[in-house]
Design a protein around this ligand. Structure first.
Ligand SMILES: Nc1nc2c(ncn2[C@@H]2O[C@H](COP(=O)(O)OP(=O)(O)OP(=O)(O)O)[C@@H](O)[C@H]2O)c(=O)[nH]1
Ligand SMILES: *[C@@H]1O[C@H](CO)[C@@H](O)[C@H](O)[C@H]1NC(C)=O
Ligand SMILES: [Mg+2]
Length: 409
């Protein structure tokens, strides 16, 4: 006999024996599981059963005062998730991908982020993912990512010259700067890999061969949260509304990581005034027309943007200029202020979008949609009263002022 069949017969035998034994020794058990009652548990089964159970579209019989609330059959859950009440995402598609830079050791946290992206958005839209790393991803990493999404996934190795500190950087000067920042307790102040990461995100990710075929990207980090359903396609939104950079959280940068950044920016703008966009967002980042930097920037761990902007002439010249200044290593320039300053100078403010309806969290800050109706309809899991939007450290008020949004309360 086949081992599988033998096993099934054995299990069946044990079940029958146990049932017989229990029917004899426990009267209650015998009554509840008699054949007639079992039939009552089957769909369309006998309704004479003393145990009533709700099977289908017919409401259960009224039992005196008890007011039965019928489940809405369009949203009965499977495995904790709603059966999709929306139509399938059959509209126009954008030329877009998710981009995730990660270490092999980030795997568990990356999985948590991707699960939420899938649950809230991508299980319907099926946009591809590109994972990037300066070392090869392990087979475990690849397998465990591919098992949690049905979308196309690609894993890329970052070219050395896009990642490591260039030879012309004066390492003595750079290490002295790192030591000084450690003494000053600046977060990641002593870290060289962190600097490589910031420089890569500023000037190189969009040059990776795997990303050449895409225009828009959505950046995802390990261990972030997406708090609301996203029933429409944000890439198509960007395209149709001519948006090129989008954010959810904005805040002040830590001065000590960028002491000479603004000075470098000013030098560039003087040399290349032709790159300044009409109707730009300079007033969001400067209170005095560009004389000083107020340190407001978009938090780049969330970004939906147009890589052709980074690939374009203005940003390329800007990045080359900053690279030559050496501040990615002699200071600790972040990709967030670098991207933000460029967007605010070389784009018109209408090309920058605040995705108020995307509930997003990267420790320790959360953006929760301002509109209670959106919060409810999109089943947001964030606490609106803990949204970072109007925290003292947030720059959203300045953004509101720039675009003429009236915030109530
Ligand atoms: N491959 C690779 N990815 C890195 C490295 N350092 C950081 N990253 C990735 O770069 C992104 C930003 O790094 P984080 O450590 O999240 O930096 P952060 O968001 O400023 O700070 P926290 O999230 O608060 O730690 C994440 O996607 C990381 O996985 C690295 O050395 N190698
Ligand atoms: C997608 O965008 C990239 C970058 O702009 C471009 O090179 C590529 O041809 C585009 N693909 C399609 C199908 O439009
Ligand atoms: Mg992070």
């Amino acid at each position: 006999m086949h081992t599988g069949t033998r096993y099934i017969l054995l299990v069946l035998g044990i079940v029958v024996a146990l049932h017989t034994l229990l029917s004899f020794t426990h009267e209650e058990y015998g009554r509840a599981t008699s054949l007639g009652n079992l039939a009552g548990h089957l769909p369309f089964g006998s309704s004479s059963s003393p145990i009533s159970i709700y099977h289908g579209s017919e409401p259960p019989e009224s039992h005196g005062d008890i007011d039965y609330v019928l489940p809405d059959t369009s949203t009965i859950g499977v495995g904790g998730y709603d059966i999709d009440p929306w139509q399938s995402a059959a509209g126009p598609r954008a030329n877009a991908s998710f981009v995730i830079l990660a270490r092999n050791s980030d795997l568990d946290q990356v999985i948590r982020s991707v699960r939420e992206v899938e649950e809230r958005f991508n299980r319907r839209f099926n946009y591809p993912y590109v994972f990037l790393n300066e070392v090869e991803f392990t087979n475990e990493f690849k397998q465990r990512i591919m098992v949690i999404t049905g979308a196309k996934v690609e894993f890329g190795l970052i070219p050395k010259e896009h990642w490591f500190q260039p030879d012309w950087i004066d390492e003595k000067k750079a290490s002295a700067a790192r030591d000084k920042m450690v003494k000053e307790n600046i977060i990641y102040g002593g870290s060289l890999p962190y600097r490589n990461m910031c420089r890569f995100n500023s000037g190189f990710f969009f040059k990776h061969p795997l990303l050449q075929k895409y225009r828009y990207y959505w950046r995802i980090e390990p261990d972030v949260h997406f708090h609301c359903d996203l029933p429409y396609d944000p890439f198509v939104y960007m395209q149709e509304h001519k948006k090129r950079y989008a954010f959810t959280i904005t805040m002040y940068e830590f001065e000590k990581t960028i002491p000479t950044l603004w000075w470098s920016v000013q030098k560039f703008v003087k040399k290349h005034p032709e790159y300044l966009a009409k109707g730009n967002a300079m007033d969001f980042q400067s209170e005095d027309g560009g004389h000083t930097y107020n340190k407001c920037h978009f938090w780049s761990n969330f970004e939906i943007a147009d890589m052709d902007f980074w690939r374009g002439e203005a940003y390329q010249a800007f990045f080359d200029h900053l690279e030559n200044e050496g501040g990615f290593y002699y200071e600790r320039w972040g990709d967030a202020p670098v991207h933000s300053i460029a967007a605010n100078l070389f784009l018109s403010k209408d090309e920058i979008h605040f995705f108020d309806d995307i509930g997003y969290e990267h420790n320790p800050y959360t953006h929760c949609p301002r509109d209670k109706k959106v919060w409810k309809e999109r089943r947001c899991s964030c606490n609106p009263s803990r949204s970072f939007d109007y925290d003292g450290y947030s720059c959203l008020r300045k953004w509101d002022k720039l675009v003429g949004y009236e915030h109530s309360g």
